[in-house]
Design a protein around this ligand. Sequence first.
Ligand code: GLN
Length: 230
Amino acid sequence: MPSVAGDAARKSARKVTVARVPATKPAVAPKRAAAPRVGVLSLQGDHAKHGETLRAVGAEPVRISLPEHLAGLDAMILPGGESSTMLRLLDATGLRVGVEEFVRTRPVLGTCAGLILLASQADRLPGPTLGAIDITATRNAYGRQVHSFTDPVDMPALGGGVLGVFIRAPRITRVGKGVQVIATHAGEPVGVRQGKAVALTFHPELTDDARVHAWFLRDIAGFKLTGVRA
Ligand code: GLN
C-alpha cells in the first residue's frame, strides 16, 4: 500500500513539474512582442533597403505584396521606385483599398516615389494617388541632365543635417494648410508631415544613418524601440 501511495505522490509531483514549464515561457516572449511590425510595400522599388534599416532600429519589417499582409501592422513604409508602376500594381493586387485606408489614419513613411503615392496630387500618373498628405508633387522635377545627386538636407527634428540622396526625385510644388514642412534643401521643402503621415523626396534608407527611421517610429508612431541602435 505505501508504495502505491508513493507512486501516486510521485506522479502528481511529476504533473506539477510539467505544469510549470509553460509558465516560464511568457518571461521571454514580451521582448519580441515589443518590436513594432512595420509593413513595407514590396511591389517594386527599394523595399529591401528599408527592411534592413528597420531591423537596425529594432523593428520587424513585413513585406506587403498581397492584401492579407496588411493584418496586424503597426506602421507602414512606401519605398522609392517608380510611382506609376506601383500605382498600377496597387490596383492589380487588390491592395489599393487597404493601403489607402491605412495611410490616411495610421503611421506611414513615404520616400521619393512613396511621397508621390502619399500626395493628394501628382502629374502623369495612371490613376489617383492615395491622398494622405495635402501636397502637390511634381515628378522627375530636377531636370533632364541631373537626375540624381546627394546633398545635406536640413531636418531640425534630427537636430540638424542628414544626407539627402535624391534619385530622379520629385519636387513638392504646393504645401497645403494642414501640412508641416519637416525638411528643406536649398530653401525648398523636401520633407513634409500631416498627422501620422511623413514623406520625403530623398532616400534615407540608402545611407548608413538610421536616424530618420528611428525618429519616425519613436516620435511620429510612438513606439519604444527596445533594440534601437540609432
Ligand atoms: N521618378 C520616380 C517616380 O516618378 C521616383 C524616383 C524614386 O523613387 N527614386 O516615381
